[in-house]
Design a protein around this ligand. Structure first.
Ligand SMILES: *[C@@H]1O[C@H](CO)[C@@H](O)[C@H](O)[C@H]1NC(C)=O
Ligand SMILES: *[C@@H]1O[C@H](CO)[C@@H](O)[C@H](O)[C@H]1NC(C)=O
Ligand SMILES: *[C@@H]1O[C@H](CO)[C@@H](O)[C@H](O)[C@H]1NC(C)=O
Length: 770
């Protein structure tokens, strides 16, 4: 894995303690077996359009200091120290206190997993590291809003994401027992020589005053070679449309007759936290993905293609990637579809030269593996869903829509309120409109409103009312099923309501007669049970086991199809970590950046004339396991086509689907999914890359330039890849078994440098280290 990617995880927190110090908690059984499980998660370190955020050491030298407990008041110490704090103390006040008095002494911060110290982890003390105004006022995404951007959706928000902690590295100690030992050491008053525990941070993430543009354009001084020190945050969104596929000018007699207006059911599929390796996103990502996928399942189950094709509007499902980093996925998609629409700088080509017209039309500069999205008609409106895994009260979901200005939003809100289930209803959120600046919670609908300048709107279905819940700290490492129990009844109800509402929206002929439309949909679509087997299996994957059978099955069949189509083996999708992680990660060819193969070169974008000269020339995309599993699930749920007898050809890969006759609509074709049967292709990938950035022409993946038409408003987040041996060590300062210590230190450095330095979504870590 590491050799394939060439980039990798941070090393482990290597804890070197002498046996007597830890004899009571089992960490001394021989030292070599205990250090491997002492993991840490490094703090975020990012660049954006105007600067840097998060932590890192001052320069390439190690920062070492004695452990000192921080309880809100500064430790009384006049020598280098590392502040050790409970996670409940991770507030903007604590950070400001420590930073303002750093005075050359503060070398770093260790944040302890305090689970064992509290009431079963259920207390309400933990703060949210995200802003009070997530993706709004004061954040790099502030210019991407619609209406007011200063509504406090996140009342416990600390704004830690938006602080530049350059010079101070920070790490979270994942293991609760290790945290306990470190707490004890940090609280100890003994400063006797040989009895001091120190932490050592090797965590250089670039110089001060860095920005994304500077970092992407970085040239090595000695060689003057272009050597970018960061990559954009992004990935691959997945969208799907039930019914016959849209036509998009890919065949001779194509008249775009199928090009109907579109109603979109969307959600963000990523989450984040102060420590990217632990971004469990149970409420902020998993619940969204579950709701949208289960809504697709209901549409596929209850509404056949003929019915869907006869409706005045086309339904589109979309799960957008990197939404937390400036609405990247939704803006990429909406800009390409309509605002202002995608412009291909090359001529259109076939995605797989060998297959000619049997493969999609595509673009090689900028790369789009399929132009199918251009067959989508005008966007009529959007229903987005958000955070449905935790409910305040019993049986009530909330709808957010602009009742003053947005006709479509009002229509959709009424549809939602008429589409309840037996035990769940939908109420209007009690957020007040202020001077016509109605606040929308940050979801993909924000992108649609912003890009259409309010001309096209919609509604948001949520589990929260006027503010996010304190029980599940927003965008934190504690947005996890370890800390609260995800409400599958709520998700099943939300999926039912969303499926009915989007079908009602597709049925509407412009009269906005919500009662008739909602009634039509309610009669067709039954309720999803909260113990539905797919809902249960998939929630287990997304909440507890990212390497579950379902994700593996769907993503591996999808990847096998892609290998067959592309004609070469370009590797397997990057797996979801076992502890599911929804950090979007970087945009690179192993994480969804499409590449164009011309002869034996692979380019991130190509402007020459040689594409298509060789049969092997093709566009290749390798999304991550979660994204390809979602792609496969959409196909499985929506791809039953014109098959009415219920008999499906079984398959292992797309090669087994050559003779399928039930995908007969124009432009339709059969594919294989993890469900083991051939279905009609309904899902597509879409790039999720900041709109200001373009892959550099005729360079490999990983090189980006700022678009000359950049409007200057996107967040432009990038993740640094500065040094290749970062990590944290904790050890007893001196005296004890020097020989053994240096051996351990050697091991530490050795393992850390093998692993390189890129902050990715990790868990790979676990595979590699054992
Ligand atoms: C903290 O430790 C507890 C108990 O070991 C564990 O369940 C929890 O997942 C840990 N928290 C994080 C954020 O890793
Ligand atoms: C649109 O639908 C409404 C009922 O929802 C119906 O009364 C009306 O006749 C329809 N209009 C057209 C042009 O089909
Ligand atoms: C990150 O940096 C290391 C060395 O500094 C380099 O080997 C690796 O290829 C870089 N990764 C990416 C994705 O650029």
């Amino acid at each position: 894995m590491k050799l394939r990617t060439g980039v990798a995880a941070y090393g482990l927190l290597l804890l070197i303690l002498s046996p007597p110090a830890v004899a009571d908690d089992g960490l001394d059984k021989p030292f070599t077996s205990s250090f491997a499980r002492l993991e840490h998660a490094p703090c975020t370190s990012l660049f954006y359009r105007n600067g840097r955020l998060g932590c890192g050491t001052e320069d390439t030298s190690l920062q070492v200091g004695q452990l000192k407990y921080f309880d809100g008041s500064l430790p009384d110490i006049k020598s280098p120290y590392v502040a050790v704090m409970e996670e409940e103390m991770l507030t903007v006040d604590s950070i400001n206190t420590l930073l303002s008095a750093r005075g050359g002494y503060l070398q770093g911060i260790l944040v302890l997993n305090s689970t064992s110290e509290e009431d079963g982890g259920q207390n309400n003390q933990y703060y949210s590291p995200d802003s009070l105004y997530p993706r709004g006022y004061g954040t790099p995404s502030a210019n991407l809003n619609y209406g007011t951007n200063a509504y406090a959706w996140n009342p416990k928000g600390q704004g830690l994401f938006d602080i530049d902690m350059h010079g101070i590295p920070m790490a979270y100690v994942i293991d609760a027992d290790v945290s306990k030992s470190l707490r004890k050491e940090a609280q100890s008053v003994s400063d006797a020589p040989g009895d001091t525990i120190v932490a050592e941070f090797n965590y250089y993430m670039g110089p001060d005053k860095m920005t994304s543009a500077k970092c992407l354009a970085w040239k090595d001084v000695a060689t003057n070679q272009w050597n970018p020190k960061c990559l954009p945050i992004g990935g691959t969104s997945v969208w799907a449309t039930p019914g016959s596929p849209p036509s998009y000018g890919d065949s001779e007699n194509d008249n775009n007759a199928n090009n109907r207006p579109v109603v979109v059911l969307a959600a963000g599929m990523d989450s984040t936290s102060m420590f990217h390796d632990i971004s469990p996103g149970a409420n902020t990502a998993a619940s969204n993905i579950l709701t949208v996928l289960m809504a697709a399942r209901l549409i596929g189950k209850y509404v056949n293609d003929n019915t869907l094709d006869s409706l005045p509007n086309r339904i589109v499902f979309a799960l957008f990637e990197a939404e937390q980093y400036g609405f990247v996925g939704s803006r990429s998609f909406l800009r390409d579809v309509a605002y202002p629409g995608f412009e291909c700088k090359s001529s259109l080509v076939r995605a797989v030269s060998r297959l000619g017209e049997k493969s999609d039309l595509a673009c090689i500069n900028p790369v789009r593996p399929s132009m199918k999205f251009t067959g989508l008609g005008q966007i009529k409106g959007m229903l987005s869903v958000d955070q449905l895994g935790y409910l305040l009260g019993d049986g009530v979901l909330y709808v957010h829509a602009d009742n003053n200005n947005d006709m479509y939003g009002t229509f959709l809100a009424n549809v939602l309120k008429s589409s309840g289930t037996n035990s769940f209803s939908v109420a209007s959120a009690s957020v007040n409109s202020n001077n016509n600046a109605y606040p929308y919670p940050p979801t993909p609908l924000t992108s649609l409103l912003h890009l259409s300048e309010g001309a096209v709107g919609g509604a948001v279905l949520t589990g929260y009312d006027y503010a996010f819940t304190n029980k599940v700290p927003y965008h934190s490492h504690r947005d996890s099923a370890d800390y609260f129990s995800v409400n599958l009844k709520s998700i099943a109800a939300a999926a039912t309501i969303a499926a009915r509402s989007i079908l009602a929206a597709a049925y509407d002929n412009g009269s906005y007669d919500y009662a008739t439309s909602a009634n039509y949909a309610k009669n067709l679509i039954g309720e999803l049970n909260y113990d539905d087997k797919d809902l249960v299996a998939l929630s287990n994957c997304l909440l507890h086991n990212g390497q579950c059978e379902m994700i593996q099955k769907y993503s591996s069949v999808d990847a096998a199809n892609e290998r067959i189509r592309f004609g070469r083996n370009m590797g397997s999708p990057n797996p979801m970590p076992k502890a599911a992680n929804f950090y979007a990660g970087v945009y690179h060819r192993y994480y969804g950046q499409p590449v164009v193969a011309v002869g034996d070169q692979l380019y991130g974008a190509y402007n020459g004339n040689d594409y298509g000269n060789k049969a092997s020339d093709a566009i290749h995309i390798l999304p991550e396991a979660l994204e390809s599993a979602i792609h496969g699930l959409f196909n499985d749920y929506l791809g039953r086509g014109s098959n009415s007898n219920g008999k499906f050809t079984s398959c292992k890969t797309v090669s087994d689907c050559g003779n399928v006759d039930y995908c007969s609509a124009e432009g339709d074709r059969a594919t294989c999914t993890g469900g083991g049967v051939c279905v009609c292709e309904r899902a597509s990938y879409h790039v999720a890359l900041d709109e200001a950035l373009l892959p550099a022409e005729n360079k490999p993946a990983g090189y980006f330039v700022v678009n000359e038409n950049d409007e200057g408003i996107s967040a432009m987040y990038t993740e640094p890849n500065w040094s290749n041996d970062v990590g944290v060590r904790v050890y007893r300062d001196a005296g004890w078994l020097p020989g053994f210590l240096s051996l351990a230190a050697g091991l530490a450095v050795g393992s850390a440098s093998i692993f390189g330095a890129f902050v990715l979504r990790i868990g790979l870590k676990k595979e590699k280290l054992y």
